[in-house]
Write a protein that binds this ligand. Structure first.
Ligand code: HEC
Length: 286
């Protein structure tokens, strides 16, 4: 901004100050709920981090037993669960369509199909190539089942919300935070206080509690952790982090390999440089 005179400069400064204080007043309006976000150190964070397979498997169980009552995963096919880096990947079955575990998982969920002979709509157990079928037939039915609110698809929710995994995790565990006195007047039936949700009220009832899901011994025969509310929340968040970014592990490996390649190249260049100069620096004879 160019000010032609000192007077214009003063007006400009006053306007700028007013807008700054205006923002400050607006921010002061939102009630401080006193909730402190828990920042977890996720398995996949950092340069070498990757998703934890057991955590993803447990998280899938939480999704199916709890979240799937309302939320779809429409970008995911069952076979993706058995892809490299996925929760049920098995190197014995590089093609996840052959992975018996993935087949069982798919068969547990009914999908719609068309009868080839009659043309009728039928349901049959899923196969690995099927996508997760919608939980509700359409958005109107989903809203009707949830007091007018639409449960969002969870396939890429970790990417869709600012704060990513920390946001999802905290959203799931923050329901127990007491309602501040100032907000009690806003209480409405069908809305639940949640200090992490924008606007502090959410149409999703509290979902998780200690012991809600019974974890099985995992595929490697390890005993699972206690299914506390926090553990269930962390596991389902890990599963959803993977579904939102299933190629993260591959990307990190590729990044690491290119760094390694550059390092080797640098060392080779250094040695050839030394050799060339060693020859050139020899005194000229004759
Ligand atoms: C009984 C139905 C129901 C179940 C079960 C359920 N949700 Fe929800 N969920 C909803 C509804 C409805 C909304 C939309 C809330 C709103 O817009 O106020 C929602 C919203 C969300 C959101 C988005 C919040 C935002 O920032 O907009 C996330 C994330 C979420 N649910 C995760 C989960 C997870 C994870 C589970 C399983 C542990 C789960 N939900 C189980 C009904 C459900």
């Amino acid at each position: 901004m160019a000010f032609k005179s000192a007077k214009n400069l003063m007006i400009g400064t006053a306007v700028a100050l007013a807008s700054v204080t205006g923002v400050a007043i607006a921010a002061g309006d939102s009630v401080d709920t006193g909730y402190e976000m828990v920042h977890k150190h996720w398995h996949w964070s950092g340069a070498f981090g990757s998703y934890d397979r057991e955590a993803m498997q447990r998280g899938y169980q939480v999704y199916v037993e709890v979240c799937r009552n309302c939320h779809n995963l429409d970008q995911l096919a069952f076979r993706h669960l058995g892809d490299k880096g996925g929760p049920f990947y098995n190197p014995e079955y590089p093609n996840p369509n052959d992975n018996p575990l993935v087949k069982n998982i798919a068969a547990e969920i009914e999908v719609e199909d068309i009868d080839a002979d009659t043309g009728d709509v039928i349901t049959r157990p899923g196969i690995p190539a099927d996508y997760f079928p919608p939980v509700y037939p359409n958005d109107a039915a989903a809203r009707a089942g949830n007091g007018g609110a639409l449960p969002p698809d969870l396939s890429v929710i970790n990417k869709a919300r600012t704060g990513g995994a920390d946001y999802i995790y905290n959203l799931l565990i923050a329901y127990e935070h007491p309602i501040p006195e100032k907000l009690k007047k806003d209480q409405t039936p069908g809305l639940y206080f949640n200090p992490v949700m924008e606007g502090n009220w959410i149409a999703m009832p509290p979902q998780l509690e200690d012991g809600l899901v019974e974890y099985q011994t995992d595929l490697e025969g390890q005993n699972p952790p206690e299914p506390t509310m926090e553990q269930l929340a962390a596991d389902v968040t890990e599963f959803l982090a993977w579904s939102a970014d299933p190629k993260l592990d591959e990307r990190k490996t590729a990044g690491f390999m290119s760094l390694l390649y550059l390092l080797i190249l640098a060392v080779l260049l250094w040695f050839s440089y030394k050799r060339i100069w060693a020859r050139l620096k020899q005194p000229v004879s004759g």
